[in-house]
Design a protein around this ligand. Structure first.
Ligand code: NAI
Ligand code: MG
Length: 398
């Protein structure tokens, strides 16, 4: 079979090391691929004025599959300060290349699974009856609409006249906000389209069906945000009734969900939400299974067969320059397993997941976060595994 080509985008900071170690794991597991390097991140903003160069977009267009580490983003002024002197006059404005990738390729389906590993000392525990300690097994798959909603970027401060006039035609705007001078108004819109709402809902139901989850929970706020959340829930009811009668449809409000997730996280299966609530609820569940060192994700355009797979953590700049890297590579390794699932290499994915599970269960090799240490350069001397040692341990189990 022809070898696949994977666009490897290490990005900045710890993105570089977690991706390098992950590729080592993939190779050891017998996944045969060519890796081409895709430039992305801060370095290219500073040198070229574009953190997502056109050549990287071309590579993804051609090869369709990307593994992404992490990037560094900085506020507008700091970004401008670090721009190469010859680019400073060009009126360039920094924007996040990962958000850019999502929008350019329409990676509207974001999946963030949160499944606890047996033996992970970071697993959530709670008090049961009497003084009993319970460690609920969390196995939740969060589907987040990745391109619309509050992160769609349609926003204004001191909105243009036509926008202001349009807003004034809404009785509630007139009643509640007319008092505010236009110059003091900031507006961020929350746009949902039927097409992409249906896509994320169907992806969630399909996943529940394929992997045997008994419920799909819409996690929004339809009682208050009636138009967007309301549309999503109503469509979910129709889809469930027509095509997934054997899967239960639940409806929770995002605020209540954040409370329920520490009371009874084991109750939930598939969760589906718009962009911002999906972002929030996925971080909430990730906290129950070990946090950023374990939180993986897939971002997919199913129509075009394009997928970019990445840990949800950032570039952790404070650890980036340690001589021996201390960060946990599992989130990146797990993200690569999601890539393998996407390209039908399920057997290799299962093999890697089993190896990771064995390392965690055995408990001999643990990165600093798993040892509940503060992240410092000397953690390896104190008994924590380095990034490389963790990858070695996984490879040894393969
Ligand atoms: P971060 O995720 O980089 O780090 C937060 C803290 O989490 C770290 O200090 C570290 O204690 C811990 N951590 C992160 N990854 C870990 C790992 N693999 N193993 C163990 N511990 C880990 O978030 P922060 O500090 O808010 O942002 C740093 C930079 O990353 C910023 O420039 C931010 O814009 C960017 N960022 C990029 C993302 C991306 O590329 N998708 C996502 C989040 C932040
Ligand atoms: Mg987030």
């Amino acid at each position: 079979m022809a070898k696949r080509t994977i666009v490897s985008m290490p990005g900045d900071g710890i993105g570089k090391v977690v991706l390098e170690e992950t590729i080592r794991v993939l190779e050891a597991a017998g996944f045969k691929a060519n890796y081409v390097n895709g430039d992305i991140g801060w370095e290219f903003w500073c040198k070229e004025g574009n953190p997502l160069p056109e050549r990287t977009i071309k590579l993804i267009e051609e090869h369709k599959i990307g593994l992404f580490g992490a990037i560094t983003s900085k506020p507008k002024d700091a970004a401008f300060d670090e721009l190469a002197p010859e680019l400073k006059e060009k009126g360039l404005v920094y924007s996040s290349p990962i958000v850019g990738l999502r929008q350019h390729f329409g990676l509207d389906i974001c999946l963030r699974p949160c499944k606890s590993y047996i033996g992970n000392p970071l697993n959530f525990i709670r008090r049961g009856q009497g003084d009993a300690i319970e460690e609920p097994a969390v196995d939740v798959a969060i589907f987040r609409q990745n391109t619309e909603g509050l992160y769609g970027g349609v926003e204004w401060s001191n909105p243009p006249d036509q926008v202001y006039e349009a807003l004034m035609t809404h009785p509630k705007f007139k009643k509640n906000f007319e008092w505010c001078p236009k110059e003091e108004l900031s507006v961020s819109t929350r746009i949902f389209t039927k097409k992409y709402t249906e896509r994320i809902l169907r992806a969630a139901f399909e996943h529940a069906k394929k992997y045997g989850y008994k419920s799909v929970t819409v996690c929004e706020k339809p009682n208050v945000i009636r138009e967007t959340s309301g549309m999503m829930y109503k469509m979910a009811q129709q889809i469930q009734k027509a095509d997934y009668p054997n899967i239960e449809l639940w409806n929770t409000n995002i605020d209540a969900q954040m409370m329920w997730l520490t009371k009874n996280p084991e109750t939930y299966g598939v969760i589906v939400a718009g962009n911002m609530f999906g972002d929030i609820v996925s971080d909430g569940f990730a906290g129950l299974i070990g946090g950023l060192g374990f939180a993986c994700s897939a971002q997919i355009n199913p129509e075009k067969g394009i997928g970019v797979f990445e840990p949800t953590h950032g570039s952790a700049p404070k650890y980036a320059d340690y001589k021996v890297s201390i960060v946990n590579p599992i989130a990146m390794i797990e993200s690569a397993c999601m890539m393998l699932d996407f390209i039908d290499e399920n057997k290799i994915a299962a093999k890697i997941r089993k190896a990771v599970a064995e390392v965690i269960k055995e408990g001999k090799v643990r990165t600093y976060d798993m040892m509940k240490m503060a992240g410092r350069a000397d953690v390896v001397e104190k008994g924590a595994a380095s990034t490389q040692q963790m990858a070695d341990a996984v490879i040894a189990k393969l």
